[in-house]
Design a protein around this ligand. Sequence first.
Ligand SMILES: Nc1ncnc2c1ncn2[C@@H]1O[C@H](COP(=O)(O)OP(=O)(O)OP(=O)(O)O)[C@@H](O)[C@H]1O
Ligand SMILES: [Mg+2]
Length: 676
Amino acid sequence: MSSHTVLATAEPIAPTIDEDVIKSGEEAEGGAVETKDAATLPEAKTVQSTQKSATYAQLFSTADTLDWVLMAVGTLGAIVTGGCFPFINVLFGRMIDAVSSDPADFADSVKILALDFVWVSIVQIGACSTQAICWTLAGERQTHKLRERYVRSILRQEIGFFDLNSPSQLATRVGESSGALQDGITRKASEIFQYGAQFLGSYAVGLYLCWKLALVLVTALPLIGGAGAYMVMAITTAQNSVGENYAAAGGVATESLNAIRTVNSLNMHAWVISKYRFYLSEAMQKGIRKGLDVGLGNGAIFLSFFLTYALGFYYGGSLIAADMDRGCNPTQDDSCITGGKVIATFFSIVMGSFSIGQSAPALTAFFAAKAAALPMIEIIEREPLIDGLATGESAGVVPAERSKGHVEIKDIVFAYPSRPNINACDNYSLDITAGETVALVGASGSGKSTIISLLLRFYDVQSGGIFLDGVDIRKLNLRWLRSIYGYVGQEPTLFAGTIFDNIAYGLDSVLLEPGNVPRDDALREKVIAAAKAANAHDFISSFPLGYDTDVGSNGVAMSGGQKQRIAIARALIKKPAVLLLDEATSALDATSERLVQESIDALQKQKAQTTIVIAHRLSTIRNADKIFVIDKGSIVAMGKHDELLRDPTSLYSTLWAKQGGHASSSNLAALAGAAN
Ligand SMILES: Nc1ncnc2c1ncn2[C@@H]1O[C@H](COP(=O)(O)OP(=O)(O)OP(=O)(O)O)[C@@H](O)[C@H]1O
Ligand SMILES: [Mg+2]
């Protein structure tokens, strides 16, 4: 074995993560960074707090001075809007008294009252629109900021976080939660103040005009308020649970449509439809129940109203009669109970009581918004273990020089956050000199792709360290670190857009300019050169739209091999210091694979970059400077192709023999053999 550090440690090293996290700070060697104390490390999982909903401070955490001013002015508008209602009742009462007063004064009284109605309506329109405009503006602004912070925060989380939290759920939450949030902290929140003012104002007016009648009518409050609340709760509960069913049905539809090819190949149509129907029929049952509840609720509201009418008119009438009996003259004595006072008191108390029921949807929406905001806020407040968007000092060092591409892995132990008890890297070291091409080989699941994830800092090791040009990668600026790599993953991803855009995304300079990818000649030359190096130029040129061909959503309009070559071009365009190819040519035919290989070899001859290749077809990596053989998270052998073949019983020799010993095309035969 060569002098390069290769440790295939036989001793089982499987410390728990927590121990490692604590230890790594003490054991840090060769510049390894100090790791945070275990107690201060946030879990990779979404924080599971005991809190049920966001606090007021959290809910309004994005409000700036302008938002607070808008909310204050809007609240004033809401209070005036609510306060106008009892005032209108007072005017009604006066109107009734005017009708029953001396006909000589009637015309004058009506003129004054009509003018009063005009003034109230002017105040009402001003207050109402101020309430709506200010609260909508403030709510929209805050929801927009929260939404943006949430998405930004999700994007900056480390990859381990996504192992434990479903990305599609996180994405769905942006729509759902921010919808609830928007609903709760915009107009609905202002309605709480509006109905509150209406309630207080109405009761105050009622008690002032005729306190005896008001107190008697208050006894009907539980009946009116209860009927209103029952109806609101019935609608809201049904709405929420029907919403869940529709979301589940929608989930089934989305999942199946996203995998429509698999659905067809497995003949799953009927199964998908029946699952969809199941959720829909549950929603239908709940819809029917909701209809019944709303009907009952409506009935109860009318019942409570009419019973209150009966009580109010009976008692109000008897108060008027009693005053008349004792000869009370309303024109001389202000304390006399009149028909107008009874009507005004009656409607004030009824409307005041009903406003409690009316405020229930607003309160429900507001508290729903508080609850919906919590998971968003928790993610916004979560500090990622590896921050993809860190700035300032915490963002790490940006070396002055271009990376040489010397990669050193020292005694690394790593377990995925979702499987903390199984070490995907079980204490090994390897050294990759600048400009070398090394290959990682081993059985499926042995831990090859894991090394690449660690190099890219998708995860941090639990102990040991990875060094680039002698510097621990945890000390380096993450953006800079990732910019030196050209990475082609096992399942290359293309983004919706043209082939040109997809190749250009490899350049950091393109991504720093938000908006459309520029189309200047210099960039075009780079894109074409990269496509040629990836053996993609010919097939791209054969499309009628050439480089402007749309790749479709997720690259669906490209074949597997075409996708791989575009991804290789995207990796090559940046002239990376370290090229990481994880089964990058697995979907290519032998000729295309050879051509891509030749391009990479040509780059290799210039020692332009370090290349780390993972390939199942051993024939494609036989010329590598070093081959590392990985088995169950450990490096079991290392050397050149011929050196590794010397031991006929070694894992490498066995793998080589299984693939027919030579030609790459024999891989197919081997597969065919395995299938038989
Ligand atoms: N995100 C993950 N969370 C938990 N375990 C994982 C994760 N990714 C991989 N693993 C596990 O880690 C081990 C190594 O996986 P890795 O992807 O490195 O294998 P590989 O050698 O690249 O295999 P293949 O040749 O099939 O691509 C496997 O047991 C795998 O199940
Ligand atoms: Mg892999």
